[in-house]
Design a protein around this ligand. Structure first.
Ligand code: C2E
Ligand code: CA
Ligand code: CA
Ligand code: CA
Length: 279
């Protein structure tokens, strides 16, 4: 049993080393990729249910490593967070998204807000507020056309500071949404104090909304909670007509997901969804 235990230990040690090495390699490639500006952002439309009009977009990072091919953000974001690279990367995404949105407006297209994801590490960074102000100033994007998506778990970290920071961002004029809502056990009394515009229903609930009574009940509850707090509510990960019909019937405001479109490169997004602003 002892030998077995030791083998197990060796086995786990090796597994941990392999993982560390992989992680280290990935961090190295990520650093080089950022230096070469290899990561790109795609835009996924947000559609108003009532009018079926595209009323916004979410900027999502894409990274195609020259050796390993496409690397998913759920793989590299945690590594970027642990290594601190996320600060640089997050700043780059913010600037890129604002500059692109400004360029669309300058081209006379119908203006829409573009949402950027904010990681926990960025949100905790003391320069974050300054960064947002600086990027808006430098790109010339009016603040109401930037939206920040912060996950529920991030906001739970230091509640008093979160309220202060969200209030400052709100005062600046940017839109605020709570991402992955329903997964982070927010205290509802705090939620009431967050000056946010939108709740974003996590796609794990949306996925099962037509097949699982609990998911349906949670989705309904989030929609009615958003209503009663005067927040907009958007469902993410909407893939089917049935899910769309359920959300429409329950009074959800917007949907995002493959049902409308996956994330697209800027030029394709523009082509598909941004018409010239009405004269
Ligand atoms: P998220 O913020 O919840 O983003 C939505 C994710 O759902 C995206 O995955 C999107 O491609 C995917 N998705 C969209 N529609 C559908 C659908 O109909 N069905 C399904 N199954 N999935 C759908 P993606 O692009 O792989 O990003 C994963 C996560 O990585 C994001 O989750 C976000 O937390 C993070 N992320 C992505 N870009 C950034 C970024 O620029 N900064 C930060 N901090 N995090 C990012
Ligand atoms: Ca998001
Ligand atoms: Ca989400
Ligand atoms: Ca998510």
């Amino acid at each position: 049993a002892k030998a077995h235990g030791r083998n197990n230990y060796q086995f786990f040690k090796r597994r941990i080393n392999e993982r560390a090495i992989k992680r280290f390699a990935l961090e190295g490639s990520l650093r080089r990729a950022i230096a070469r500006e290899e990561p790109a952002i795609c835009f996924q439309p947000k559609m108003a249910i009532a009018t079926r009009e595209v009323v916004g977009a979410e900027a999502l990072l894409r990274w195609h490593d020259r050796h390993s091919g496409p690397v998913s953000p759920s793989q590299f974001i945690p590594i970027a967070e642990e290594s601190g690279l996320i600060i640089q990367m997050g700043e780059w995404v913010l600037r890129k998204a604002c500059a692109q949105n400004r360029a669309w407006q300058d081209a006379g297209l119908r203006p829409i807000p573009v949402a950027v994801n904010v990681s926990a590490v960025q949100f905790r960074d003391h320069h974050f507020l300054d960064l947002v102000a600086r990027v808006l100033h430098e790109t010339g994007l009016p603040p109401q056309f930037l939206e920040l998506e912060v996950t529920e778990s991030v906001t739970m970290h230091d509640l008093e500071r979160t309220v202060t920071l969200l209030e400052a961002l709100k005062a600046m004029g940017v839109g605020l949404s709570i991402d992955d809502f329903g997964t982070g056990y927010s205290s509802l009394s705090y939620l009431k104090r967050f000056p946010i515009d939108t709740l974003k229903i996590d796609r794990s609930f949306v996925h099962d909304v037509t097949v699982d009574a609990d998911s349906a009940a949670i989705t309904r509850a989030i929609i009615s909670m958003a209503r009663s707090m005067n927040h907009k509510v958007i469902a993410e990960g909407v893939e089917t007509e049935e899910q769309f019909a359920f959300l429409r019937a329950e009074g959800c405001d917007q949907v995002q997901g493959y049902y409308v479109s996956g994330p697209l490169p800027a030029a394709d997004f523009r082509q598909a969804f941004l018409l010239p602003a009405a004269a």
